[in-house]
Design a protein around this ligand. Structure first.
Ligand SMILES: Nc1nc2c(ncn2[C@@H]2O[C@H](COP(=O)(O)OP(=O)(O)O)[C@@H](O)[C@H]2O)c(=O)[nH]1
Ligand SMILES: [Mg+2]
Length: 382
């Protein structure tokens, strides 16, 4: 009845194979497909193991290299879209699940809960997880902020983890997504934004299910590792800014459970290493571009060349910055990319010291309220 797809790039094959086995053991799963970015070491290891797994479980385990489907940097988007295309063109399964390949906490429950929500009639099911208050800084500051400012009446701002790669699509949902040229084009990290956007834009019904065990996966150190992801995720939102999205689509969010102390205490990134990023890689052109931004932002960031400053980048300043970025940002321009990175770093540092420091519950409540305030600002002005 269902196909499970794992897009992967240079992952630990042991982690991926463990998840593949979990999927194969599930009664609802009839086939598993791993879509690699290239024939890397992980690809070779999974290829070697696949025939034996197919025999043991009596279900096909495929492994393919992603096709070139999109127009941006060839990345996760081509991987997911290759899985989507395979599902539609090579199988007649009713449902498609996507899961990241680096998850060490994957279990049967993830598949079961998604299937149960689909049984209830939802066309899309999205998994969401407890996250630390300093994790998900692209999600909060880029994606949810952008969704709130641009489509305040839609379901988009309220989607818990719009960049999550764990989801179920019914066949009709998969057809809608793959038929949308905006989705097919997005070959890079922007794919999660586009899938989320397209679900709402096409009026699909969405259930968000809560996975209490959490998504334990590879983490980043300094925020530098996230630079490409940041730029591609912002560009994805920016590229959609003129698009229309319906209001009042069906969207249900399962109420989250209590968050474990360990998660509440987790620190999402290396604060000290990140501070330095504000001082690095300045060019004259970046200084010029700062003229487009409000005075406090311009002056604050310029001071950061000598000494890290970020307290100016509060929620309101960020809304103004975001609007300037929507109007002027150019992802092909390295100085714009670096400037976006620094502005976002300042935002993350400000949030960390002014909000996250006050404690987990305060921070998570604040972030949700922040989205609501951005929605309000977009609807009634502020
Ligand atoms: N097929 C494919 N998968 C990719 C590519 N880039 C990343 N992935 C996979 O996409 C998933 C999410 O990537 P990850 O680095 O864990 O991102 P994060 O969880 O958002 O930090 C993982 O399974 C990656 O292996 C790519 O270029 N092609
Ligand atoms: Mg990951």
């Amino acid at each position: 009845m269902s196909l499970v797809v794992f897009p992967f790039k240079e992952e630990d094959p042991e982690v991926l194979l463990a998840s593949v086995k979990v999927a194969l053991a599930h009664p609802r799963v009839k086939e598993v497909l791993c879509v690699g970015a290239s024939e890397d070491h992980c690809f070779r290891a999974v290829s070697a193991a696949a025939p034996e797994l197919t025999r043991t479980y009596g279900k096909p385990v495929g492994i393919i290299v992603q096709e070139r489907i999109g127009e941006m940097r060839p990345g996760k988007g081509d991987g997911m879209n290759t899985g989507l295309k395979y599902f539609l063109e090579e199988t007649d399964h009713r449902r498609l699940h996507f899961y990241d390949a680096d998850i060490v906490s994957f279990s049967e429950e993830w598949i079961t809960k998604a299937e149960e929500a689909a049984d209830e009639g939802y066309q899309v099911v999205r998994h969401y997880f407890p996250r630390s208050s300093t994790d998900a800084m692209i999600t909060w500051m880029i994606t949810r902020t952008g969704f709130a400012l641009l489509w305040p009446r839609s379901a988009l701002p309220w989607i818990e983890q719009p960049l999550g790669g764990e989801l179920l699509l019914t066949r009709e949902a998969a057809e809608k997504l793959f038929a949308d040229p905006r989705v097919r084009r997005q070959s890079d990290w922007g794919i999660d934004t586009l899938y989320t956007f397209a679900m709402v834009a096409h009026g699909l019904s969405i259930a968000e299910i809560y996975i209490d065990a959490g998504k334990l996966h590879k983490l980043y150190g300094a925020l530098t590792d996230l630079k490409t992801m940041l730029i591609e995720c912002f560009s994805a939102v920016q590229g959609l800014k003129g698009e229309a999205v319906p209001e009042g689509t069906m969207h249900h969010i399962e109420y989250p459970g209590p968050v474990r102390q360990e998660m509440k205490e987790r620190i999402g990134y290396d604060f000290e290493r990140t501070l330095w990023l504000l001082r690095e890689n300045w060019t004259d052109r970046q200084v010029e571009l700062l003229a487009l931004f409000p005075r406090e932002v311009r002056e604050g960031l310029l001071t950061s060349r000598q000494y890290p400053r970020f307290s100016f980048m509060d929620e309101d300043a960020w809304a103004e910055v975001y609007r300037v970025l929507l109007a002027h940002f150019d992802a092909r321009d390295a100085d714009w990319a670096e400037l976006l990175f620094k502005l976002w770093i300042a935002r993350v540092l400000q949030y960390t010291t002014a909000v996250a420091l006050r404690g987990y519950d305060y921070a998570m409540y604040h972030l949700h309220r922040m989205v609501a305030r951005y929605v309000h600002r977009a609807l009634v002005g502020a």
